[in-house]
Ligand binder design. Structure first.
Ligand code: FAD
Length: 288
């Protein structure tokens, strides 16, 4: 039986994640996506940050553009392969632009790169941000209801998560998942370890089966067999994949919100429509 350790949040918060576009065309397209999603009045937009160098300047650029348009923006900051001087400088830049939120991560070094830098795990980054900037930033960290692929064990991953929050994180966003029980059980376990911070489910719309299967293999997020089998059976029928994906993910969001999730964080993949479709199905305010 699934029981929620939370009382439902009176007003869940919603956020949308982008990755920094690499081309002028991508930037232009993202502008349009942001404008459509901004009408939903999210708590903030977040922008990913490529560990090991790629796209890092693009993160700041995208964050500043979101802010200039009047929305709160949270840069992700991954620490693997960096040092204290680099992170300090970045924090100073963010502060100088009035940015108050950060998503703090370890990141993954691209294969072939060498040298892990001065931070080994995200808890060290969180502690460093607090040491350097006190309470200036609202810090989100990553959570893994189906466990991080490199964790020594489920128990160790839960303890590592608790350590990361206790280092000073305010809240967490989960890796995506399609099994709500994994989320509710994760919450029970981390609450038992003394973590009271909100843990917001990360929601990945389903629009492309082969891409989703590739991501899921890499990040350890499970696509349940019954979903996989149905998606496979649609072959190249994109409309069928999108319609089925929409239905499955809408039901997932409904269960999460009904069970007390404090909000939803949408992995938009820089597209408006998949998130807007879920929004409409959920009957959330501001639907187009
Ligand atoms: P950590 O919390 O450091 O955990 C990593 C692993 O180490 C886990 O297996 C954990 O159990 C283990 N561990 C933690 N602490 C210890 C310890 N003290 N001793 C031993 N083991 C320990 N990646 C990017 O590069 N850029 C992004 O913008 C980005 N955004 C993301 C946003 C979200 C919401 C999520 C869920 C992930 C994101 N990622 C991003 C991916 C993330 O960087 C990877 O999943 C990475 O492998 C782990 O990062 P983390 O911050 O969770 O690491």
């Amino acid at each position: 039986m699934t029981t929620s350790p939370l009382t439902p949040y009176p007003s869940p918060t919603f956020s949308f994640e982008f990755f920094p576009p690499k081309t002028d065309e991508g930037r232009e397209k993202l502008r349009g996506v942001r404008e459509r999603l901004a009408r939903l009045d999210p708590a903030y937009f977040s922008v990913t940050f490529g560990a090991g160098g790629s796209t890092q300047a693009g993160t700041l650029e995208a964050v500043l553009e979101i802010q200039a348009a009047g929305n709160d923006a949270a840069p992700h900051l991954s620490c693997i392969g960096t040092d204290r001087g680099f992170v300090r400088e970045l924090l100073t830049t963010y502060r100088s632009h009035g940015i108050r939120r950060i998503v703090a991560l370890r990141g993954d070094l691209p294969s072939g790169s060498r040298g892990a830098g001065e931070f080994r795990y995200a808890n060290e980054l969180v502690a460093f941000i607090r040491e350097e900037t006190g309470d200036w930033f609202h810090i989100e960290v990553a959570a893994y209801p189906e466990f991080h692929p490199q964790a020594a064990s489920a128990r160790a991953d839960l303890e590592n998560f608790a350590r990361k929050v206790k280092a000073g994180a305010d809240a967490a966003i989960t890796q995506y998942f399609y099994n709500p029980d994994a989320y509710f059980r994760f919450l029970e376990d981390v609450r038992a370890l003394g973590v009271e911070a909100p843990v917001v489910p990360g929601i990945m719309p389903i629009t492309n089966y082969s891409q989703l299967a590739r991501f899921s293999d890499a990040c350890g997020a499970e696509i349940p067999r019954w979903i996989r089998k149905r998606l496979e059976s649609f072959g190249d029928d994109r409309d069928a994949i999108v319609a089925f994906g929409e239905e499955v993910v809408t039901r997932l969001c409904e269960k999460l919100l009904a069970g007390g999730a404090p909000g939803l964080h949408f992995y938009t993949m820089n597209r408006a429509e998949p998130t807007l479709a879920l929004w409409r199905n959920l009957g959330l305010p501001g639907s187009e």
